[in-house]
Unconditional design. Sequence first.
Length: 265
Amino acid sequence: MNDMRILERDVSANTAKITARGVQVYYGESHALKDVDVDILSGTVTAFIGPSGCGKSTFLRCLNRMNDTIAICKVKGEIRLDGADIYDKRVDPVVLRAKVGMVFQKPNPFPKSIYDNVAYGPKIHGLTRSKTDLDEIVESSLRKAALWNEVKDRLHAPGTGLSGGQQQRLCIARAIATSPEVLLMDEPCSALDPIATAQVEELIDELRSQFSVVIVTHSMQQAARVSQRTAFFHMGHLVEYGETGQIFTNPKDPRTESYITGRIG
Ligand SMILES: Nc1ncnc2c1ncn2[C@@H]1O[C@H](COP(=O)(O)OP(=O)(O)OP(=O)(O)O)[C@@H](O)[C@H]1O
Ligand SMILES: [Mg+2]
């Protein structure tokens, strides 16, 4: 772990954007997440790390109610966004997901043009008044996602015709086009080459000035490069959560230490 560039930035004054308390998740009889408590800070990149199957994606999906779409999945406990319970009956999950956007591991562009993929969210949420406004959002989102130069001459070509890495950046542009307050990213770079990965990591760092970012990653180098807080999950438990530099250089729990030194995983 000596070769890692750990970016120490003090975010301790940042307030909690999302608070999770006593979160339990069941898939049928199987207890996938056990009593998770965590505060996700504003203006901060939080990395979720841990071995395959430990519950990282499950917990990420709790944060914007994507688990609602899985029939056998039951979520218990409390999750609040700016103090408001996101599981309250009055909350519309579609509106919630515009505020808490998500980028998946496998790029999943809509079967629409590049332009329409990005314009879709702002349109359905009525965020723009004119075609010029919409054009501006599409362009700025594609620029932020480091894709503009590659697609500006073919905005009306299908999104599905892009390469895998380009599709992933398109999905990032689509997610940020609604100006979410929190962006959830589940292994967003696993389909990307090192150049696109570096661009996305740079973007993540920029995004944090506007919103909270939560990123699931199997790359500890990536977690160390982009995040200020890290949560280590193991077998459905959130074992350790803290400042990224501390987690990687001085973990308190032996399970965290085993994982980051490559003994489990
Ligand atoms: N849709 C589902 N139906 C049933 N069980 C599920 C479902 N999704 C996840 N699980 C189970 O919940 C547990 C946690 O899975 P999850 O996908 O959250 O792990 P993960 O940490 O994201 O793993 P990976 O690093 O491989 O992506 C696993 O035991 C998994 O089999
Ligand atoms: Mg996962």
